[in-house]
Design a protein. Structure first.
Length: 565
């Protein structure tokens, strides 16, 4: 026998058994989260698709749902072993790589997860049915050769799962060429998927978090074998700090890209402990604002102390960089804003993969808090450039250039007052032809909005906020829970959504400017006033929040805060 059973034992990272999961499967009841329960057929065709859902098909052929049976069988459960073996043998017989029953049988990533389970089963097969060891070795070899073929390699985290599995196959098959190939590929992936700041390339905070966990598991496999980790493994070690910066004061990740409500608690790191315990444990990062070259700005008023807990601070995020990412959305220049425990402006979230009316909306440019051009289609490969930024004692300032539309120049300037904890946003759009600009603000589910001329009063959880537009003729409208056309919702989970008001300011012309203030207060609403000023191209605002008034002077190149008499 050429299989290394001890390697299979080392590489089986979990052996815990949930009796309820085992019992359900033995009764023929299959539940693959987040999908409903389904009754397994007596004789599968492997073309089953009860919910017409690509994720369900993906998981079905992954065979990870059989893992509870394998674990129970390894501990002596005969019924679990019989069912596990019957289903695995049936899948292998009906889905050879050359002629599978469905293309989903050998989809990238599912091929790798399935291979890991086969490797983990080898000690059990050797003990219970040693006559099948030849069949098992041939099946593992078949998967390993498929994973080694570069034409079958996926990208991003799918490629990671495949190479992790190829490494396991190589160790169990005692084939050095296979696990060395996996190591080289993982080294390339680390450099491709993580930059020197430790930021992941997939474009979603949830996948930044998930990838850290996945890479930790994959790299641990090298430690278990006493082998050096792949080159570049140090990059992902910087990820927890970035994930902490991407965590809002409520302890959840800011939902950028394919991200719904999620916290990063599974990471064991002092920074993560701090942001998920309201500052009760761990250590706060040093910086209040962090600019990541991968296209993220995360800023906040503070990390909390005895006078003001972490959860009461103000947080904002800003996006830039490429629109096309594996799990990203076309959200360049998009903002989120949270303060005093309220998520005032949010990202619309993921909802699902594939296509549906809600998914197509949530993953569109038009659903994000940014400036869009009505009736014009943005480039799929557009790029938003962070032209300049400055972090000062009184303000954080960012200027972005957005060339998402043909023949139209867009810029967004974002200023965060460190004293007043409000945002000033200045959008410009220039075109030879007359255009209609739509500046959108996607509010959180708990936020109620009331329009009064060019000011929108916001209320949530007993707190008040103000969304103020300057006096330039502007049409301000709201939309909430509208089904045709679909709008006014945000995603809250897999195929779950909730009504959430969006505020839209509309202006027309060839040279458009939006000057907008988003300020959160306490029981009293913030007050915004524009002050006449003689200097051309310069604007002056008086903004009162929490009973404190400050004046902001905004010139084309600078921001200042003169003393008020």
């Amino acid at each position: 026998m050429s299989l290394d059973l001890q390697a299979a034992v080392r590489q089986t990272l979990s052996s815990s058994v949930n009796p309820k999961e085992v019992e359900k499967l033995l009764q023929g009841r299959l539940h693959m989260s987040p999908h409903p329960e389904w009754q397994l057929p007596e004789r599968p065709t492997w073309r089953e698709d009860p919910f017409e859902d690509r994720n369900w098909r993906f998981q079905y052929h992954m065979l990870r749902w059989l893992e509870p049976l394998r674990r129970a069988a390894a501990l002596g459960d005969d019924s679990a072993f019989e069912m596990w073996l019957r289903w695995v043998q049936d899948w292998v017989a009906k889905n050879p790589p050359s002629a599978p029953t469905t293309p989903w049988a050998w989809t990238d990533m599912s091929d790798g997860i399935r291979a890991q389970q086969l490797c983990s089963a080898s000690p059990m097969i050797a003990e219970r049915t040693p006559e099948l060891m030849g069949w098992l070795e041939a099946t593992i070899r078949m998967h390993a050769e498929h994973l080694a073929d570069p034409t079958n390699m996926g990208n991003a985290n799918h490629a990671l799962h495949q190479q992790e599995s190829l490494f396991v196959c190589g160790r169990v098959l005692q084939d050095e060429a296979l696990w060395q190939l996996a190591s080289r590929r993982m080294s390339g992936l680390l450099r491709e998927q993580y930059d020197e700041q430790g930021m992941n390339a997939e474009g979603a905070t949830a996948y930044h978090y998930n990838n850290f966990l996945w890479w930790e598991r994959a790299l641990r496999r090298f430690d278990l074998e006493g082998l050096d980790r792949p080159a570049g493994a140090d990059r992902h070690l910087h990820a927890p700090e970035g994930i902490a910066h991407a965590t809002k004061p409520d302890g959840t990740l800011v939902p950028i890209g394919d991200t719904d409500v999620q916290d990063p608690k599974r990471i064991e790191n002092p920074f993560i402990e701090y942001v998920t315990s309201n500052g009760g444990r761990g250590t706060a990062p040093r910086d209040l604002v962090k600019v990541y070259d991968a296209g993220y700005v995360f800023g906040r008023s503070g990390w909390g102390d005895t006078r003001r807990p972490f959860q009461d601070h103000t947080f904002y995020s800003l996006r830039f960089g490429p629109a096309r990412r594996v799990h990203g959305h076309p959200d360049g220049t998009s903002l989120t804003y949270s303060s005093r425990g309220v998520n005032w402006v949010v990202d619309p979230g993921k909802f699902q993969y594939g296509h549906s009316t809600p998914r197509d909306h949530f993953a569109s440019r038009a659903a994000h808090s940014l400036l869009s051009i009505d009736g014009r289609t943005a480039f799929k490969d557009s790029f938003v450039d962070l032209v300049r930024h400055g972090l000062y004692s009184r303000a954080h300032e960012f200027v972005l250039s957005d060339l998402s539309y043909e023949g139209i120049e867009l810029t967004r300037r974002v200023i965060f007052s460190t004293r007043g904890e409000y945002l000033v946003v200045i959008d410009h759009a220039t075109s030879r032809r007359r255009i209609t600009g739509l500046q959108r603000w996607q509010l959180g589910t708990e936020v109620e909005a009331q329009i009064d001329d060019h000011t929108v009063s916001l209320v949530a959880k007993g707190h008040r906020a103000t969304l103020w537009f300057d006096g330039t003729p502007t049409e301000v409208t709201t939309v909430r829970a509208q089904d045709d056309p679909f709008d006014g919702y945000v995603s809250t989970g897999w195929k779950k959504m909730a009504p959430a008001t969006a505020v839209v300011a509309e202006r027309r012309g060839t040279r458009l400017e939006f000057l907008t203030v988003l300020a959160a207060g306490g029981r009293a609403a913030p007050i915004v006033q524009e002050i006449p000023i003689a200097t051309p191209g310069t604007r002056a605002l008086d903004i009162t929040t929490h009973g404190v008034r400050e004046r902001m002077i905004i010139s084309p190149t600078a921001v200042s805060f003169p003393a008020l008499g």
